[in-house]
Design a protein around this ligand. Structure first.
Ligand code: G4P
Length: 531
């Protein structure tokens, strides 16, 4: 099927990750501009202009000026069909952020040149590394004072245990930022700074051996530094190796300034050349070729009431193989039911359009009447595909919640179950105690606020929340483990999730070590594969 192969091979699906404020939203918008997907840049959530970034959705996130939900954007560029998965930008991020990475084939990591690696980048990187997906680094804000590029690269290599390959090399920074040296084309791209608020960026191409022209462009001092830098980087750095890049072992690094649109298009072009089309995925130990004729997809995110104008719940699916057709009947494996996916949509932030077809690599949002759970598979009838790789990650913050109005039990239970099903929170209870309280675990504390807000606005329930001192939760496994008989520190709590899995809540890693040492045969896991 030549068209199928062609369509799938031109897909590039990547997640964009960063610590808040590194410039992810600005870079995303510039990328969308190149694809003609948006008309106007500068819709970055400007505090001054009160305009919101195209990827901001929920009321709460607008109020706080942060992105809570991950969004998906598709655009065309240079013959490629690109899907960008945006990940929440606040440090209080949720499991959604992790799951979004499960749906991506590669990741772009945006780093602030003055700050280097920050906590959220570190967390997200670990998930990318776990999947061995290619990671491209964009070091942003070179128009401001920045750390030495050598330092930044060394930090990346040391902290992440990967190699780096600078694709370009910055010439100065801050007021002195003159541009970059493009190592592959061996030419200088010069940056001309703001002029009365107008960006005047021209990329003047100039070779390293055109000394006079260079001196005019960047000055003698910077020209000499650049010559030394290029010699050093060429001599002492990693060699360019596409195979290592695609295996996630070597990260190509680009220096630039997203706000000034400097280095964004060259980044996009070389990123597209190097990154990979949709990857095969594993189901029941079997590898499924993305270009296989038959359609399959998995749900990586469920979201309710994304938009007040559409009161609904949307399941986001990553297509893993074949072609999706709107009119066709498919099979929901976990529900063991045939179904038509109603109103399949592709999303451009809050704008949606109904689509007739989509291909492996694409993300579609479908109307969910409450049948899907995270990790579910939808495929052709008669097939039994179950994709691996949407684990539940251990929450890091815990609270006990109860409703304030005792009359609203039904709404409370329905609301909290639904929100848990969407994967925004995890819920637990204490077995055999008769205690009715629900324990909620979240990856980022902001999810508590989201829970409170949503229960109130969508289900009309006010809740009382009591934060708990636990920091770690572990799924219990191992042979013949009798939990009440375990030797545990007195502050360790036994809980169960709503599938009946046993877990232990700990106040510190010291208590986890105690449990493991005192109870041979006990196994504790930091994440759990949903089945
Ligand atoms: P995020 O999504 O990673 O959280 O970051 P975002 O793009 O919102 O950028 C954070 C701030 O950094 C914004 O400023 C943005 O304008 C600025 N920024 C992004 N890229 C660059 C760059 O290349 N150079 C410089 N100098 N600044 C950059 P803000 O003041 O928080 O918002 P705004 O009022 O400018 O919109």
């Amino acid at each position: 099927m030549p068209r199928l192969n062609e369509e799938i091979n031109r897909r590039r699906t990547f997640a964009i990750i960063s610590h808040p404020d590194a410039g992810k939203t600005t870079l995303t918008e510039k990328l969308l501009l190149y694809g003609g997907a948006i008309q106007l840049a500068g819709s970055v959530k400007g505090k001054a202009t009160a305009r919101h970034a195209v990827s901001d959705w929920m009321e709460l996130e607008k109020q706080r000026g942060i992105s809570i939900t991950s969004s998906v954007m598709q655009f065309e560029y240079d013959g490629y069909c690109i899907n960008i998965l945006d990940t929440p930008g606040h440090q209080d991020f949720s499991e959604d952020t992790y799951r979004t990475l499960m749906a991506a084939d590669s990741a772009v990591m945006v780093i602030d040149a003055a700050k280097g690696i920050e906590p959220q980048t570190r967390k997200l990187f670990r998930i990318c590394a776990m999947r061995h997906i290619p990671i491209f680094t964009f070091i942003n804000k070179l128009d401001r004072e920045a750390r030495s590029p050598y330092d930044l690269l060394e930090e990346l290599e040391k902290e992440f245990g990967i190699g780096t390959y600078p694709m370009n090399w910055p010439i100065g920074c801050g007021n002195d930022f003159k541009g970059v040296y493009d190592r592959q084309n061996q030419q200088i791209l010069a940056f001309q700074e703001f002029h009365r608020g107008q960006n005047r960026i021209s990329s003047v191409a100039c070779r390293l051996d055109e000394t006079e022209k260079l001196d005019e462009l960047i000055g003698e001092r910077l020209r000499r530094t650049l010559e030394d830098d290029v010699e050093l980087v060429d001599g002492a750095g990693y060699d360019f190796d596409l195979e290592s890049i695609r295996a996630g072992l070597l990260s190509p690094v680009f220096f630039g300034s997203a706000l000034n649109n400097f280095g964004v298009e060259p980044f996009l072009k070389s990123f597209l050349e190097m990154t990979i089309p949709p990857l095969p995925r594993v189901s029941n130990g079997k590898t499924i070729d993305p270009c296989a004729d038959s359609f399959s997809a998995f749900v990586f995110k469920i979201q309710a009431n994304m938009n007040k104008a559409h009161r609904d719940r949307i399941a986001f699916m990553r297509i893993c193989s074949g072609r999706f057709q709107r009119e066709k009947e498919y099979y929901h494996v976990q529900g063991a039911k045939a179904l038509r996916l109603s109103q399949p949509q592709q999303l451009m932030a809050s704008d949606r359009s109904i689509i007739d077809e989509a291909f492996a690599g694409d993300i579609i949002g479908v109307f969910d009447p409450g049948i899907f759970s995270i990790g579910d598979t939808v495929c052709e009838k008669g097939m039994d595909i179950r994709y691996e790789g949407i684990p539940s990650f251990a929450p890091e913050h815990f609270a006990a919640v109860e409703r304030i109005d005792t009359m609203k039990r039904k709404q409370f239970e329905k609301g909290i179950m639904q929100i848990a099903q969407e994967g925004a929170i995890q819920i637990f209870h204490e077995p055999h105690t008769g205690v009715e309280e629900i324990l909620v675990g979240v990856v980022g504390v902001l999810q508590f606020e989201v829970l409170e807000y949503r229960l109130k606005t969508e289900y009309g329930v006010d809740i009382r929340r009591r934060d708990l001192p636990y920091e770690l939760i572990r799924w219990v496994s191992g042979d013949n483990v009798d939990i009440p008989m375990l030797n545990l520190t007195s502050d360790t709590k036994w809980v169960q999730d709503f599938k009946g899995n046993n877990l232990l809540l700990f106040t510190s890693s010291w208590c986890v070590d105690w449990a493991l040492q005192k109870n041979p045969g006990l196994e504790l896991k930091a994440f759990n594969h949903n089945d």
